[in-house]
Write a protein that binds this ligand. Structure first.
Ligand code: ADP
Ligand code: MG
Length: 685
């Protein structure tokens, strides 16, 4: 149970003044559902303004605060803007310009002859200075001058900056002081502020040390939780499994295993023979052949007289795995079952029975396979197909049940740099599929300027006329969610107008049934073009889809681009990936896209991307969704993770039960970052 002192942080958002049913939805879309979330909704950036009394002292393009007195209203003809001419103290004139706004409203804000404090960006319009849509207009100098450094938050539709600022401030007043969980020596050396102070500072301005401290907390929580999983695991016993190979010999493979596959299977076989439950990560790019490795591992369990389960992230993937595995293992005589949340009635009963009496050797499914109602006779191996970037710890937790803890194999297709492997998977053993099966056709990757959109659409037309399928991917980042969603829907409408009913749309805000239905139409070949936001990352295997268009490719993380691209190139035919880029690209962005064109080695892409970005694009890395962290940027992970990792190790070595004073504080940290499962492991022993 979460300690009481954290309760104020987990109070729901509607306890904040001004949050009713209307705001709840847009807030929820930003993940802001509890006071804690507001406190951690850190600004994307800050607008710095300078206070000036004389407009002559300001430069065009500068953000300023200035006192102006309106002297004349000037309406334009037709749909042109409405301007209020206003004078500063020395008498310089500046236009306050409003487009498409209610004139009466502007007049009320800026009455003639009355001084107002204006905050905004100074521009030039012909010979005249102007401020277009000022950020603030106030009667009080203090109010305007208090905005010299103003946070800019990510929004969703229905929210304004002002609203978010007010809610964050309100939430911060409810944030309690908490005891320090950071190791005292490190805390002093870094000269970091205490937790509560760090939160306040991080909302006030660019306080690097406050941001670092908060990032460090997130990393420490993560390292601690993963280490707790590992040490809990070490203390448990599993079933040593060794097979005689008779089932594996009857697997029907139309190919020889790669060296990397053989090596990985050997490593897994070694782990399974031990009494300590396996905790191994199988890392391999999309298409590297992880499924066969999983199957071989599961067959070892069955040969040893036990059962194995394969956990897939989605229903569709569960079904695909089930089909592939059933086909490959048809000659073995092992009974294989599919179990998802969708199964009902007799079929479900039969599956539950088979798992209970042990007649089913292998079950493939979604997390439904871990429901309480599902009883295994002897579950000894769980394979987790972790296509998501996060949550592996929590999923591992699921398996830490029962008298005998099953062996665990987590599979990931996300090529991440070595530093991040440690951050996201803790100290798991790693097997790497660093060799692709032979005969893979390279994917012809091209970077295309967005001006050539029409040519691209034509190419799609020819492509689907030739009987093949295609993906069209639109960006979707949290910070611009509503705009992105609108853009994706607009693109879908356009493509549908052109290609008709064969176009389907999938995005994260669809109901799961609608999403599955669209995905299924595409997987079955009935739909020819799938327009999607990044949800297809965790998507389907459609060998007939051999063309992918990615819009605004520069906005994606390279790991993401790489995974997306891996959706094509799965069949016999030649595949193409078109990266549409905007016209204004930074040098780094240009080189990142060039890297995509140059190589298909996910591990190389991950490492070089990290280098390319260096310390530069700080916020970009949070937005690109390359990591499982919300507070820590990629750069902070690199800089601070080794410290957090060592600190966590030290703490666990000294106080593995987290019962000392610092241990208690660390428990708070775990709850704060919702690693409740980590704390539960402590109790379970
Ligand atoms: P992953 O899950 O790692 O993305 P899969 O297991 O789905 O990859 O394998 C991708 C494709 O490669 C499948 O069609 C599979 O049959 C094939 N494959 C796997 N291993 C080999 C191999 N050693 N030689 C040739 N093809 C292979
Ligand atoms: Mg796979």
């Amino acid at each position: 149970m979460r300690p009481d002192r954290l309760n104020p942080l987990f109070v729901s958002a509607d306890s904040l003044k001004g949050v009713g049913p209307q705001l709840a939805r847009p807030l929820e879309r930003l993940g802001l559902t509890r006071v804690r979330d507001f406190a951690y909704h850190l600004p994307d950036r800050f607008v710095e303004r300078r206070a000036v009394t004389d407009l002559d002292a300001a430069s065009v393009g500068e953000n300023i605060v200035v006192a102006l007195t309106p002297v004349e209203y000037r309406a334009s003809a037709g749909r042109g803007p409405f301007r209020v001419l206003a004078a500063d103290a020395p008498g310089n004139i500046c236009a306050i310009t409003y487009f498409g706004r209610n004139t009466a409203w502007a007049k009320k804000q800026l009455p003639l002859g009355e001084k107002r404090w204006i905050a905004g960006r100074l521009d030039q319009f012909g010979q005249m200075l102007q401020i277009v849509h000022p950020d603030h207009v106030s009667e009080e100098g203090a109010a305007a001058l208090g905005q010299l450094c103003e946070p800019v938050y990510s929004l969703s539709e229905g929210l304004t900056q002002g609203r978010v600022v007010a809610l964050v401030q309100q939430a911060l007043t409810g944030v309690p002081e908490l005891p320090e969980w950071i190791e005292p020596g490190l805390f002093d050396r870094m000269q970091w502020p205490a937790w509560r102070g760090a939160l306040e500072l991080a909302h006030k301005g660019e306080h690097a040390s406050a941001r670092d401290r908060l990032a460090y907390d997130e990393l420490l929580a993560n390292s601690l939780a993963l280490m707790l999983v590992k040490s809990a695991n070490r203390a448990r016993s599993g079933t040593p499994l060794s097979g005689d190979g008779n089932l594996r010999a009857r697997v029907n493979l139309p190919f020889a295993l790669t060296g990397a596959q053989t090596r990985s299977i050997g490593e897994i076989e070694g782990d399974l023979a031990q009494a300590t439950p396996m905790l191994r990560l199988l890392q391999g790019d999309v298409g590297s052949g992880k499924t066969v490795v999983a199957l071989e591992a599961m067959l070892i369990a069955v040969e040893a007289g036990a059962q194995a389960a394969l956990l897939a992230p989605t229903e569709i993937l569960a079904r695909q795995h089930f089909e592939t595995i059933s086909r490959m293992a048809a000659g073995t005589g092992v009974e294989i079952a599919l179990l998802t949340g969708r199964d009902k009635g007799k079929a479900r009963e039969a599956t539950l029975m088979g798992l209970h009496d042990g007649s089913i050797g292998i079950v493939v499914g979604t997390h439904a396979i871990f429901q309480d109602a599902v009883q295994y006779r002897n579950l000894a191996l769980v394979v987790i197909d972790e296509q998501h970037r996060f949550g592996v710890g929590q999923r591992l937790m699921l398996a830490q049940k029962g008298k005998r803890t099953p062996h665990c194999l987590a599979m990931t297709a996300t090529p991440i740099p070595r530093t991040l492997t440690l951050a996201q998977y803790g100290e798991m053993e790693v097997s790497k599929l660093d060799e692709m099966p032979p005969g893979r056709q390279p994917i012809d990757t091209r970077v295309v300027a967005v001006e050539r959109l029409f040519d691209v659409v034509d190419a799609i037309g020819r492509h689907i006329a030739g009987g093949q399928q295609a993906y069209w991917v639109c960006p979707m980042v949290r910070e611009l969610e509503s705009e992105d969603l609108a853009a994706a829907e607009a693109r879908f409408a356009e493509l549908k107008a052109r290609f008709g009913d064969t176009v389907v749309l999938v995005h994260g805000q669809l109901r799961p049934e609608a999403k599955d239905a669209a995905m299924e139409r595409f997987a079955s070949g009935e739909a020819k073009l799938l327009v999607a936001t990044t949800v297809i990352e965790v998507g389907v295997d459609v060998p007939n889809a051999t063309l992918m268009v990615i819009e605004q490719a520069e906005r994606f993380g390279l790991a993401q681009l790489h995974q997306l691209r891996g959706r094509v190139g799965r069949g016999e035919g030649k595949s193409t990936c078109l990266l549409l880029r905007s016209d204004a690209l930074s040098e780094t962005a240009r080189r990142r896209l060039a890297l995509m064109r140059e190589t298909q080695d996910g591990f190389r892409i991950a490492e070089e991307d990290l280098e390319l970005r260096g310390g530069g694009e700080l916020l970009g890395t949070r937005q690109s969704g390359d990591t499982a962290f919300r507070v820590a940027s990629l750069e902070q992970i690199q800089k601070l993770l080794p410290l957090a990792h060592d600190d966590a190790r030290l703490l666990i070595d000294r106080d593995g039960g987290l019962t000392g004073a610092r241990g208690e504080a660390a428990r708070l940290l775990l709850y704060l970052f919702e690693k409740d499962w980590g704390v539960q492991l402590l109790r379970g022993g």
